[in-house]
Design a protein around this ligand. Structure first.
Ligand SMILES: Cc1cc2nc3c(=O)[nH]c(=O)nc-3n(C[C@H](O)[C@H](O)[C@H](O)COP(=O)(O)O)c2cc1C
Length: 170
């Protein structure tokens, strides 16, 4: 599968089969994160892989009861381990770095036939408590990983001329 096919066909999955994810597939997804770019190549991130069912249920609760998170056999919680660094452009590096790594993981998972769903709606404090995440570390995103138990959803996107302009902002 080429990159554009994965980008074009992937959609968020909110229903999962109980089928386990093969260990080599999980490793490849995590490699996609490890190989991602980061500001000054600092790689200030940690990806927590959760398989324990009770922990998955607690995470789903911390994500405002989005129960499909616990349905998936694996949940990955993506953290920024250094949250103070600001880039010269004024953006914090960790949110950008960890988000790129998550995007790479999500595309890699899709190529392997696995579904994911970026979860940004969660209580960070509760999530950190569940996983013993140190105070200074920030949780950026969560994604379930598993075999989809629903057909791909339709994509709704703005048209190119709504989001692209040339030479100056219009
Ligand atoms: C930063 C971010 C946060 C999101 N948070 C959630 C979430 O908490 N729960 C959820 O079901 N989907 C969440 N999504 C998924 C979006 O709703 C989804 O990507 C969007 O509707 C486009 O659909 P698609 O992923 O199927 O292409 C999030 C996506 C992003 C990028």
């Amino acid at each position: 599968m080429d990159v554009f096919t994965a980008i074009g066909q992937r959609s968020s999955v909110r229903a999962y089969k109980a089928t386990d994810v093969e260990e080599d597939k999980l490793k490849k997804i995590l490699e996609a994160a490890r190989l991602s770019p980061s500001a000054s190549n600092r790689q200030e991130w940690k990806f927590i892989v959760i398989k324990n069912k009770e922990t998955r249920k607690k995470l789903a609760k911390a994500a405002f009861g989005q129960s499909f998170i616990a349905e998936a056999p694996i949940v990955i919680v993506a953290c920024g381990t250094e949250s103070k660094s600001m880039m010269a452009c004024g953006q914090p590096a960790y949110t950008v770095d960890v988000s790129i790594a998550c995007a790479f993981m999500i595309l890699q998972a899709y190529e392997l036939g696995l579904g994911t769903c970026w979860i940004g709606s969660f209580k960070e404090d509760e999530t950190k408590k569940i996983l013993n995440v140190p105070e200074q570390v920030r949780v950026v995103a969560i994604t379930p990983v598993g075999y989809p138990n629903e057909p791909p959803s339709e994509k709704f996107r703005k048209s190119p001329n709504q989001i692209v302009c040339y030479e100056k902002y219009e």
